[in-house]
Write a protein that binds this ligand. Structure first.
Ligand SMILES: N[C@@H](CCC(=O)N[C@@H](CS)C(=O)NCC(=O)O)C(=O)O
Length: 241
């Protein structure tokens, strides 16, 4: 059994998709990040960075104590290696999969997160930052479109954890005005993955669905919600103040 510490955002949905694909038994522990559920000392012992997702594998390969993994890219790699699926064991296909996986977790994910922050949560008058991150996300999505114009899946002919990493965030990019209309190769890839039974199962779970405040435009947070996500309460979880 795997504990999935989860918040209904693309980073969490990636892991649910892989768990469904490999048919692993898992138990979802849902966190409301606006409520500050991720800031507790107990969760800090699972992820010292206090961010979702994280997993605890209570039945690791070879037995022994439960294994804790945080960072969505590391979790995808851990589960793929454990199941022997969706990450080629060696060679060029493995290198391509890890390249695109890291492109998402180090590039598209964080840049998308910053674009979303400045477009949706920042006080008015942050046009420089909103423009800077939106432009970079558009550039990255163009890289993706060009890749998918030549390749069925991002890493080649086979569906891998790199596709699972990219797919949920691509789905939510519409919030920033980046739907799929101008991206035909991405749209075809997106639909191909959406039709997979495991993806449909993951995305139709009630506890996987992002509440409106996670995906709507121009959110106004209460003072405590702001502090939990971006302010003193968020910092205090790490500094212990
Ligand atoms: N690089 C991390 C990003 C994790 C992350 O930013 N998680 C967000 C939800 S998508 C979170 O927990 N936010 C709450 C907070 O920042 O306090 C990963 O890929 O897992």
């Amino acid at each position: 059994m795997i504990d999935l510490h989860y918040s209904a955002t693309p980073n969490g949905q990636k892991i649910a998709i892989l768990l469904e694909e490999i048919d692993a038994p898992y138990h979802v522990l849902s966190y409301d990040i606006f409520n500050g559920d991720q800031l507790t000392a107990a969760f800090g012992r699972i992820n010292p960075n206090h961010k979702l997702p994280a997993i605890v594998d209570r039945d690791p390969a070879g037995g022994g104590a439960p294994v804790t993994v945080f960072e969505s890219g590391a979790i995808l790699q851990y589960l793929a290696e454990k199941s022997g699926r969706f990450l080629p064991a060696s060679g060029a296909a493995r290198a391509a999969t890890l390249s695109w996986l890291n492109w998402q977790v180090a590039g598209l994910g964080p840049m998308g997160g910053q674009a979303s922050h400045f477009l949706r949560y920042a006080p008015a008058g942050q046009d420089y930052a909103a423009h800077r991150y939106t432009k970079e996300v558009t550039r990255l999505l163009t890289v993706l479109e060009r890749r998918l114009d030549k390749s069925v899946y991002v890493a080649g002919d086979d569906y891998t954890i790199a596709d699972m990493a990219i797919w949920p965030g691509r789905a939510s990019a519409f919030v920033m005005g980046m739907g799929l209309d101008d991206w035909p190769a991405t749209r075809a890839w997106f639909e191909r993955i959406r039709e997979r039974p495991a993806v449909a199962r993951a995305m139709s779970r009630e506890d996987m669905k992002a509440p409106a405040k996670y995906i709507g435009r121009h959110q106004t947070l209460g003072e405590q919600e702001w502090s939990n996500m971006f302010g003193d309460a968020n910092h205090a979880a790490v500094t212990g103040d």
